[in-house]
Design a protein around this ligand. Sequence first.
Ligand code: NAD
Ligand code: 6OD
Length: 500
Amino acid sequence: MTPGERLPGLLDHVIDGRSVPAASGRRFAKTHPATGETLWQVAEGGRPDVDAAVRAARAAFEGPWGRMRPDERARLLQALADRLDHEADRLLEAEIHDTGKPVKLAGGIDIPRGAANFRVFIDLLRTRHERAWPSTAPDGAPVLNYTLHVPKGVIGVICPWNLPFLNVTWKLGPALACGNTVVVKPSEETPTTATLLAQIALEVGIPPGVINVVHGYGPGSAGAALVEHPEVAAITFTGETRTGSAIMKAAAEGVRPVSFELGGKNAGIVFADVDLDAAVEGIARAAFLNSGQVCLGAERVYVERPIFERFVERFVAHTERLVIGDPFDPSTDFGPLISAEHREKVKRYFALAKAEGAAVLTGESALELPERLARGHWLRPTVWSGLADGSRTLTEEIFGPCCNLAPFDTEDEVIARANATRYGLATTVWTRDVGRAQRLAQAIRVGLVWVNAWWLRDLRTPFGGSGLSGIGHEGGEHSLDFYSDIRTVCLKGLPAGGAV
Ligand code: NAD
Ligand code: 6OD
């Protein structure tokens, strides 16, 4: 499959059910991370494009989508989920071209999550209970207070590039199931699968204007215009912490609610009682899956001292066995970074790590790749040891294929070291001791604790971080709450023999 061979060269917005170029006529180039080839000339949206999209979303909210019976909406979303499964190959190809991620990963996790992200919320809505409080009014009349969850209106959806399809469906599943309409601003690095999703939704009968997609950049561009738009009722954002901070300032105008899934600097912790091979494999996944570009990834790894040397040896050997190369090859484990710019950022951290005293256990050496991949944004997975707690390398999110291995001696010590960060997203703990696992889960300040696992998901559970890692939770009931307003209805009956 050659990039561009089956894809047209122009990628437009989807607004009110139509593919439209940018109002300004401007476009930007989207290149393939593995080959450097230009895939698309993408419509570069700005304020007028966002305004048109928000107006279309508002009209669909007040019209066909908002007026539709919830069971009919659920039926259409179910049809969308089925169709996403049916279109998996097309979505997979598009996602790989956009991100360069290996087919093993995109086909195993990202694309199947699309349909799952719709189905889980359709199911939850079917069985959701409102609450009711019967009581008696002073005149003796029966009173029933009860809640209603009502849609918020137009939701602004801003997505990052690392898991584009997983992320956009993770937000659209509950937002649409709750009866809202959306304007999506995908990352400028990964515009394709959100666009396909909007087109497929139209094909299954979801009305025009329900899903609008506007392409462009963040600051001073489509992203900023979307979060500043007064008709956007709420904003869901996944991305960098400092972008979240800028979005929050814009959302303060109009007091719009936000849901933020942000960065992390997560710890992996390995105790001496583990099955060493399972722990090596689990931590390597946490460090290197998606070339380290997963917010939940472990860039700091602490290993109990009695097994430290053996862990290091096996971890380095495991890392060196990862198959790096063509993302479409089913044997590939490890793809390129998303862009030249991101690779430069990660390389600056690689230089900083050495300046801060890291010993490079593996990494650095040049990659031998076929000519076709020579212009891709490759970087070897890299393992360090010897970095001091508090160093910039161990406190700032790098979001690249790297981790530091450090020994520890006691439970209290490793808890303190894991907590020595202002982020609070996730941790992965490896031990056979259930009591210890529970103590760590209680003591480490993060939103997500995996024990003997990493990024093993049940979509009904709360997902989110604390500190610099986010605001609020999505997942299960939490998503349904964020994408709804809660209304309390107080229904007073008639007192005996009385009139209203
Ligand atoms: P980013 O913050 O640079 O960009 C994310 C999106 O925000 C893009 O669509 C971008 O165009 C837009 N944007 C940028 N500035 C904006 C502004 N001022 N106003 C409105 N929109 C703006 O993030 P990224 O580089 O695409 O993604 C990587 C980051 O995402 C990492 O920090 C990672 O940890 C984080 N992330 C977190 C989670 C999570 O669940 N916590 C999941 C995935 C990624
Ligand atoms: O699994 C998910 O639902 C999710 N939102 C994952 C995000 C991973 C971060 O890169």
